[in-house]
Design a protein around this ligand. Sequence first.
Ligand SMILES: Nc1ncnc2c1ncn2[C@@H]1O[C@H](COP(=O)(O)OP(=O)(O)OP(=O)(O)O)[C@@H](O)[C@H]1O
Length: 423
Amino acid sequence: MIEAVGLTKRYGAKTAVYNLSFQVRPGAVTGFLGPNGSGKSTTMRMILGLDNPTAGHVTIAGHPYRKLPNAPRQVGALLDAKAVHGGRHARNHLLCLAQLSGIPARRVDEVLGVVGLQDVAKKRSKGFSLGMGQRLGIAAALLGDPQVLLFDEPVNGLDPEGILWVRNLMKALAAEGRTVFVSSHLMSEMALTADHLIVIGRGQLLADMSVRDFISANSADFARVRTPDTEPAAREKLSAALTEAGGHVLPEADGALRVTGLALPRISDLAHDSDVRLWELSPHQASLEEAYMRMTQGAVDYRSTIDQKAGLQQQLPPPQAQFQAPVPGQGQPGWYAPPPPQQGGQPFGMPQGAPVQPGAPVQPGAPAPQGAPVHNPYAQPADVPAAPVAAPPAPTAAPPAAPAPAAAPDLTKSENNENGAAR
Ligand SMILES: Nc1ncnc2c1ncn2[C@@H]1O[C@H](COP(=O)(O)OP(=O)(O)OP(=O)(O)O)[C@@H](O)[C@H]1O
């Protein structure tokens, strides 16, 4: 098991990782998700003892990596597939690594076969494609037949067949009881590969939950209902009837209504009873990618201004907007209404208070425990992490309309590392 407690890493004024605590358990693929620059690689480097935490600590099987007995046999990692001596043959590269760790040569041929590079084993790796380089990096990670495996963006550069192969490999390794920790910025890929998700944004924990919980919290079914464009009063009338019947109605940018909490036949009956004609009544499911984008949108460091101008980068609402009561007949162009899974619920399984404790899956709609610190990753400027703030008032049924800015920690103070030494 990998366990991080209060992990923080600063590079000068830049806080790459802030107060990150989580556990990665054996027997499962744990996806490590976050936008570019969110701190995934930094976290992995700290797990592997390649970077010292500014504060907090991280252990593998109870030991910091550098104190782990026979570490190369216990932990395998793919961090940077390009970090290979290009002049060496693939086999020689692996042979060197094996000799350094006392691993027999026959294991080199085994892993070359596992990753499908046996036919190019005698080729210099500088001639390798991106995908072949990834396979060589994965072979190196598997050399010691380790129980704990870390892969940083393993599907980078792989073709669809290669992606499927990595996906199946990760699952097979976890099924053998190994701890498999895989970083990615693609929710769609992780939804297919991982059992558990740890999501970070700007170095802070946004979610720690099983994929199943993430799916049930985020991919609620909804119906799209459309009334004739020429009859805004009918749309308003229907919206009121649906809301009165217990549905949640949110206007979509194109004038349709997104309805949750009511089955399609019931929506049809209500429209009929209200004497409203329908141009569309269709079942839909919100995509996980969409939910993930919304979860991390406030924590994205790099965003194209050109995309925004062209309308390619959709401006999504802040999470609090999801709770705004629907206004019958009034569209809110420019944003895509999310599906609230339940009344007063927490649509994304996001921690309302403190980041979710490892092992405690987020219950959609569950209020933050009283006294838990409020964590508001959306309120942060780009370079300042959210601070653990003072105890909030008792949770209320409805969240505030606007995100409350969280106090930033004093970044000028040094923190002590696990050994008590200031960095
Ligand atoms: N050695 C370093 N010196 C200064 N800043 C660094 C260093 N390493 C990382 N950073 C910064 O820390 C932040 C987190 O970087 P990191 O590479 O961990 O993110 P990431 O989630 O792995 O990103 P990506 O998905 O793009 O690989 C970034 O803003 C990055 O610029």
